[in-house]
Every structure is written in structure tokens, then in C-alpha cells.
Design a protein around this ligand. Structure first.
Ligand SMILES: [Zn+2]
Length: 200
């Protein structure tokens, strides 16, 4: 495999919510895991714009137990965020243990960054300290989560209005009235369902 595969849902409007949505069909008895393996995590972070394609290409060639641990950490990180986003959405208090677990990964991610001066202009760029570390995708996810939690308006985080869908998204519409993860899927299906129950 050379390029990224793309089984992911991109309706979140923020890479951290897209990460939450990588476990598809959550309300069902059999949710569908799209972060199936390390390569899928690399593809997700690349397609989400969290890592450069050149880095993704490098990382995709990695394997072994270190990568297995990283995919496990990424899924755990995702589920901590899912709990937090759910609590925010439902107006409940946000569990501290989930925040603590995320903070551990955010600290690791910041520790993995480095500043480098480049060229004659001495422009300073921020990059990964170890560009071949298998941990880069989970670090990238942690930094996206930090951004979501600290820099976005939480009142705009909504859950899809369809009864059988738990996709989370940031409502960036002007009127703040976005109801569906996507009009094409849930929006049309729900409208048809409501129309049918109205005429019956
Ligand atoms: Zn939906």
C-alpha cells in the first residue's frame, strides 16, 4: 500500500471530532472500527491534515509491537475524548480522569516537538524531534484534541439529530442550526422517516 485508504467520516468539522467518529455506528451492538491497524491511523492523521504526506509515507513503512501500542493508545485517547464530548453535549460534568488521561498524551506530544531555524532568513519552524518515531500519529491526535478542548466554542459541538447516529460535529453554520452529520445520509433519511410518520 502506498497511498492513504479513506474509510473515514469527515463530517466532524474538526480533526479531533473526526477522530471520535472513527468508531462508526456507535449506538449499534457492533460499532465499526476504522482505526483497524497502525497504517489506518497513519492514513487518518494524514487525511485529517495533522501530518505531512512525506511523514505519513515514512511512518506507513513501520510495523511491530511499538506500532501496536500506538494504535491502542490512539483508540484509548479517542474514547476519553468521546466521554468528554458526550458529557459536554449532555450538560454533565466532565470526568477528571478522562481529562488527566488526555493531558498525559498532550504532554508527550509537546515533548516530541522541536523548533529548528532554517535557511539564511533563520525562519523558525516547529516539527517533530524524531521524524521517524512511530508515536507521531498519536501525538498529532493529542495536539488536535488539545486544540478542540481549549480553542473551540463547546456550545457548537453537536451530535447528529438522527436517532441511530452518534456522529459529533462542530456547527459552523451561520444560523447555528446544523442538525445532521450529513444531509446526504442522516438528514434525508430522517426527513423521509418524519414525513412517513406524519402521513400514516
Ligand atoms: Zn448522522
Amino acid at each position: 500500500m502506498t497511498g492513504p485508504t479513506n474509510p473515514f467520516d469527515w463530517s466532524g468539522g474538526h480533526p479531533a471530532l473526526d477522530l471520535v467518529n472513527t468508531l462508526d455506528e456507535r449506538p449499534s451492538d457492533a460499532p465499526i472500527e476504522t482505526l483497524t491497524a497502525y497504517g489506518a491511523l497513519v492514513s487518518f492523521t494524514e487525511l485529517a491534515g495533522l501530518i505531512e504526506p512525506s511523514a505519513a509515507k515514512r511512518l506507513r513503512s513501520l510495523g511491530g509491537p511499538a506500532c501496536t501500542r500506538v494504535i491502542r493508545r490512539a483508540r484509548e485517547l479517542r474514547e476519553h475524548l468521546y466521554t468528554i464530548v458526550g458529557a459536554i453535549h449532555d450538560g454533565l460534568s466532565v470526568p477528571q480522569n478522562d481529562l488527566d488521561a488526555i493531558a498525559v498524551e498532550v504532554r508527550r506530544a509537546h515533548a516530541a516537538r522541536a523548533l529548528t531555524a532554517t535557511g539564511a532568513s533563520s525562519a523558525i519552524i516547529s516539527g517533530w524531534r524524531l521524524p521517524t518515531s512511530p508515536e507521531i500519529p498519536v501525538h498529532a491526535c493529542a495536539l488536535a484534541i488539545e486544540d478542540l478542548l481549549l480553542s473551540t466554542d463547546h456550545s457548537r459541538i453537536h451530535k447528529c439529530g438522527a436517532a441511530d447516529c452518534e456522529v459529533y460535529f462542530i456547527d459552523t453554520s451561520k444560523a447555528h442550526r446544523r442538525q445532521w452529520c450529513s444531509m446526504k445520509n442522516c438528514g434525508n433519511r430522517e426527513k423521509q422517516r418524519r414525513w412517513r410518520s406524519a402521513v400514516e
